[in-house]
Design a protein around this ligand. Structure first.
Ligand code: TIU
Length: 225
């Protein structure tokens, strides 16, 4: 539905209305390290195949968003090759045999510039789409995301990617406290834990949208078409 250049998407807890020119698609951490065997996700003991259902819906949404000429931002979690930005607590957490920075089949785990750190081919960034390299779970912490949103006039975010309850939720909470509206299409976010995915989305939309809105990519595509 369109009114005065604004689009409305059917969502929970109620419809999400946005101006396409000031709304960015923010794709969180769709990296080989989380979605492919041998990376950080598997190092943490997870079944990385759990996240693969998010790829096609993200691809379709990204394609439609690009076709409409709208703004796209990608993020990647990872650390400097010298690990100077790696909190010692994050390095040793989990007592894994291998840690962030150690060699793996896709290069050094969760290190910038390594194969595993890169975004999966299906969602590869295009020229002109900012890629935010973040050391933490939230995309605002220790990054230039807020400056980019400000200078590009972005007021609302459609947040997708992985994982629902970790980097997506942390970013949505950070964005909410900074005054941004966030809409999360549930089929475009995924978790290694189905129950955390469900509750992660419930926590966003509860209390009349305490952190934001939840919808489905089909509803965003319908609004765009
Ligand atoms: N472990 C897990 O679920 N997620 C992360 O460590 N990072 C992101 O969510 N990107």
């Amino acid at each position: 539905m369109q009114t005065n250049g604004k689009l409305t998407v059917d969502a929970e807890p109620y419809e999400f209305t946005f101006s396409p020119d000031t709304c960015a698609l923010v794709i969180i951490d769709m990296q080989r390290d989380f979605l492919e065997p041998g990376g950080f996700g598997e190092m943490l003991g997870n079944d990385v195949s759990m996240l693969r259902r998010t790829i096609q819906p993200n691809k379709a949404l990204l394609s439609a968003w690009r076709k409409a000429g709208l703004q796209v931002i990608h993020t990647r979690e990872g650390h400097r090759p010298d690990l100077a930005d790696l909190p010692p607590a994050k390095k040793i957490r989990g007592r894994s045999a291998t840690c962030i920075g150690d060699a793996g089949p896709m290069g050094r785990i969760l290190v910038r510039g390594e194969e595993g750190h890169d975004i999966i081919a299906e969602l590869y960034p295009q020229a002109g789409e900012p890629v935010i390299d973040k050391p933490g779970k939230g995309a605002f912490y220790s990054t230039d995301l807020q400056a980019i949103l400000k200078y590009r006039g972005i007021k609302q975010l459609i947040v997708t990617g992985v994982t629902t309850e970790v980097c997506v939720n942390t970013t949505v909470r950070e964005a909410n406290d900074r005054g941004y509206d966030c809409l999360i299409p549930e089929d475009c976010v995924g978790s290694y834990f189905p129950e955390f995915h469900d509750w992660g989305l419930k926590m966003i939309k509860a209390q009349k949208g305490i952190f934001g809105w939840v919808s489905h990519s089909s509803k965003i595509l319908a609004a765009l078409s």
